[in-house]
Unconditional design. Structure first.
Length: 243
């Protein structure tokens, strides 16, 4: 049985005062039926950790240390209090030119220090219009996930680029088709037993109003939530819809 995961991606938002959001999420779910994770900017992990909500990073460097100005190692995220890290988000892929091989190296770095890797995949609008959604997602799944994936070290987030921050979402059928495809690809590579345990999140304009429908789609095991994770009321509504 896969336990649903609701992960908030704060992107480059928040401050120490955002601890109030973390506290409000914690207080609203004293015994959550689902797993809750918040991924704030790296500088906020340490100040916001230890308040009862698990923390994650939004990116890491493949190396454990070295001359990489501006980067953060998986080990540093872990020391700050993170238990997970988002990797290969489409904003990293687009703004920083990250390709599948780099994302794969980052996932290995996450595993090296015991972090859960949340590997993001998803097609652009042009890919979808051209009928290339499964081809693109299949290539990203194959290239971004290292050998050795297990339900304990990997979560895959399907985030259509055109649905992120736009208020638009694919139909429930379209979400279900891509999730089933991802699970099939994981099964071919890692075996059905492993694939059946790996959680697949949907991401892209998830809000309280559409969350329950999305969580009702087979093979959707939670959500990666951007904008709606910044407001406790919205994030709490999504968590409630998953439970
Ligand atoms: P959104 O972002 O919920 O604001 O669409 C999702 C994401 O980028 O993870």
């Amino acid at each position: 049985m896969r336990r649903k995961l609701i992960a908030g991606n704060w992107k480059m938002n928040g401050s120490r005062e955002s601890g109030a959001v973390i506290d409000a999420v914690r207080d609203a779910h004293p015994e959550p039926a689902v797993e809750i994770l918040v991924c704030p900017p790296a500088t906020l992990i340490a100040p916001l950790a230890g308040r009862g909500i698990a923390m994650g990073g939004q990116d890491c460097h493949p190396e454990p240390e070295g001359a990489h100005t501006g980067d953060v190692a998986a080990e540093m995220l872990r020391e700050a209090g993170a238990v997970a890290v988002i990797l290969g988000h489409s904003e990293r892929r687009a703004e920083h030119g990250e390709g599948d091989a780099l994302v794969e190296a980052k996932a290995r770095a996450a595993w090296r220090t015991g972090l859960l890797a949340i590997v993001c995949v998803g097609e652009s609008e042009a890919d979808r219009d051209a009928g290339r959604t499964l081809e693109v997602v299949g290539r990203q799944v194959a290239g971004s996930i290292p050998d050795g994936a297990t339900p304990d070290n990997l979560v895959v987030a399907y985030e259509p680029v055109w649905a992120i921050g736009t208020g638009r979402t694919p139909s429930l059928e379209e979400i279900g088709a891509v999730h089933a495809f991802i699970r099939e690809k994981l099964s071919e590579r890692f075996g059905a037993g492993t694939s059946d345990g790996i959680r697949l999140l949907y991401g892209g304009s998830v809000k309280p109003a559409n969350a329950a429908d999305i969580f009702g789609v087979p093979d959707v095991d939670g959500a990666l939530v951007g904008g709606a994770s910044l407001k406790a009321e919205d994030f709490n509504g999504i968590i409630a819809a998953a439970g």
